[in-house]
Design a protein around this ligand. Structure first.
Ligand code: FMN
Length: 238
């Protein structure tokens, strides 16, 4: 595929609305390898994302096979050992207010779908560990940016844009993704096994694969606040 996709893609195109409205986070995957050529197509689409001054600060480490297994094992071991997160991008701490309400709302949807009860500690712990294993996806893509621009907000902003473009492009090719922080919370593990040099800041990762339609959480459609709640129109008549 050329850098700018031709008007007729290799596969039957899906309408933009169908991609955006159909996409949801996928947390259960078929044990089916994802061809490198399909991932390349997805990346070609994703990197059309806009960025500040067209700086395109993003880099992608596309990980599969034994290196990904080592990352999963390292993440789980360190989390079970109680090693705190060493995520490189800043956190604001716990969510409160409406943000917390929405966080709880989607968790209820997911646990409800999976049949994990409120007091089922083992079930909840197992779910968290699945996250640290990146839901056993066959592929994980770590998104990084150059440390030379670390500290500003523009680099992470641009990487967020390309990440969103990537999950939508993946969906248009029949692939499911879940953007996840869990997979990159143990920075040294990811850095070592993916061979990410110190001059790269690890921003986020994306678990990717063909969706397992029988996995209940994959059917969850998360809710959105309304346009009325989110938008202020200024200078419009009526
Ligand atoms: C920055 C970011 C980090 C996320 N981290 C996780 C994660 O660690 N584990 C997880 O299961 N989902 C994670 N998600 C997925 C969100 O929970 C999900 O996008 C949100 O609930 C909306 O659901 P949808 O993607 O199905 O529309 C993350 C999403 C983003 C954008």
């Amino acid at each position: 595929m050329s850098a700018v996709p031709a008007s007729v893609p290799a596969t039957e195109p899906i309408a933009y609305d169908d991609v955006v409205l159909g996409r949801r986070s996928i947390r259960g995957f078929l044990r089916k390898p994802v061809p490198k050529s399909v991932i390349q197509d997805v990346l070609e689409l994703a990197i059309r994302a806009p960025s500040s001054y067209n700086t395109q600060p993003w880099n992608f480490y596309v990980i599969t096979g034994e290196p990904l297994e080592r990352i999963r094992r390292g993440n789980v071991e360190r989390n079970l050992a109680g090693i705190p997160s060493s995520r490189e991008i800043r956190s604001h701490g716990e969510y409160g207010g409406k943000h917390r309400d929405r966080q709880i709302d989607v968790a209820k949807q997911l646990f409800g779908a999976m049949g994990i009860e409120r007091h089922d500690k083992a079930g909840r712990d197992d779910w968290v560990l699945r996250g640290f294993r990146q839901f056993d996806a066959p592929v994980s893509i770590a998104v990084t940016y150059d440390r030379s621009i670390h500290g500003g907000d523009i680099g992470p902003f641009d990487c967020g844009g390309v990440t969103n473009a990537l999950v939508n492009a993946a969906w248009s090719r029949g692939l499911g993704c879940v953007i996840n922080s869990q997979g990159i919370m143990q920075t040294p593990v990811v850095r070592e096994h993916a061979g990410i040099p110190e001059d790269q800041v690890i921003m986020i990762c994306i678990a990717m694969g063909y969706p397992d339609e029988s996995f209940p959480a994959n059917a969850v459609v998360s809710r959105r606040k309304s346009i009325d709640e989110a938008v202020v129109f200024v200078g419009f008549e009526g």
